[in-house]
Write a protein that binds this ligand. Structure first.
Ligand code: BTN
Length: 346
């Protein structure tokens, strides 16, 4: 039932898109084999979602330019996505608890590998280390992908770095060229940060990878991404470190376009990673974005915190930290250890 309604909405949109001038209610009824009331209701729903549809008596309906609008719904996402397998299917929800949690449930119900869920609002967003991911409505992107890779469970943490690289490269591709003042980066292992006009780096994206095992083998993996896109205000506790793409760019950002770019990049880097199950072929690209590189870092290892200079990553994603006296390199795993810049967040 729901699918029928969605198809109709898509069909009305498509008809309006194909026509430069007006389409009468009668023409739409005939083309789609539905009643005038149904057309009227669908147009109302489309308007509510933000489509600028003009309705003129005796002429009909006309879709005005959607340029510059942040339309974010099933139709726009399907129209913008151009992936081979990621997001087939793609499920958009206006609101949910957590896209990661939803995908594990869908996986139990037989969902295909590559299924993506995207939402505009989470009421129980999960962050790393058991934290909450604050997920305000209608401004950001919260999404997850379901994977079932045939890899060893101990290599799975690398996927988090793979996703970080995809998001970083998507941001570089979409926004960097138009604004030389912007600097995107990856704060090891998987926070995406941005600095505008020489200002401090602020976190605009967090990634949460969760895995379930069955008899020591991977049953499924869900990678979730929270992207701060058009958010302009942040709660006190993260105000110093969090930012958003629109604040950095100085204008609102189209979320569907960003979503599509992330998954396009993910397909490419994921394929490269799976070929070797190592980050070696991606290491140089990752290090290009690694903002910690060459900077002093403090490794907040609960057993033994220490400081040093971040040099790069190993082929399995550990951070290489040269100790203060330069005598030795230490390798920091992604586990429970957190890394901070000595002078600030990065
Ligand atoms: C972090 O703490 O940095 C990771 C945050 C990950 C948040 C995303 S939002 C979409 C997905 N669903 C969740 O519940 N969490 C992840």
């Amino acid at each position: 039932m729901v699918f029928n309604r969605m198809d109709r909405k898509q069909q009305v949109l498509q008809k309006l898109r194909e026509t430069d001038s007006y389409l009468s209610g009668q023409q739409l009824c005939e083309a789609l084999g539905i009643s005038r009331t149904a057309v009227w209701k669908i147009v109302g729903r489309l308007k509510q979602e933000g489509y600028p549809i003009e309705a003129v008596t005796n002429k009909g309906y006309r879709l005005l330019s959607v340029e510059g609008r942040d339309l974010f719904n099933q139709e726009e996402l399907e129209r913008t996505m151009n992936t081979a397998w990621a997001g087939k299917p793609l499920l958009y929800k206006e609101e949910t608890g957590s896209t990661n949690t939803d995908l594990f449930r869908l996986s139990d119900e037989g969902a295909a590998r590559g299924t993506i869920e995207v939402t505009s609002k989470q009421t129980a967003g999960k962050g790393r280390r058991g934290r909450t991911w604050i997920s305000p409505p209608d401004v950001n992107v919260y999404m997850s992908i379901l994977l079932r890779p045939a890899i060893r469970p101990d290599t799975a943490p690398m996927l988090t770095l793979v996703m970080a690289l995809a998001v970083y490269e998507a941001c570089e591709e979409l926004y960097r060229e138009s604004d030389q003042e912007l600097r995107f980066g990856i704060k090891w292992p998987n926070d995406i940060v941005v600095s505008a006009g020489g200002g401090p780096y602020r976190k605009i994206c967090g990634i949460l990878t969760e895995m379930r095992l069955e008899e020591m083998e991977i049953r499924d993996i869900v990678i979730g991404i929270g992207l701060n896109v058009n958010q302009t205000e942040f709660p006190e506790e993260i105000r110093e470190t969090a930012g958003s793409l629109s604040l950095a760019l100085g204008h609102p950002v189209n979320r569907a376009e960003l979503t599509a770019a992330v998954w396009r990049h993910f397909e490419e880097v994921y394929k490269t990673y799976l070929e070797t199950q190592s980050l070696e072929p991606l290491r140089e690209r990752y290090e290009c974005g690694l903002v910690n590189r060459g900077r002093k870092v403090r490794v907040l290892d609960p057993a033994e915190p220490f400081e040093g200079t971040a040099m790069g990553i190993t082929s399995s994603g550990e951070l290489i930290v040269r100790t203060e006296d330069g005598s030795a390199d230490r390798f920091v795993g992604t586990g429970e250890v957190s890394v901070r810049g000595v002078m600030g967040y990065v």
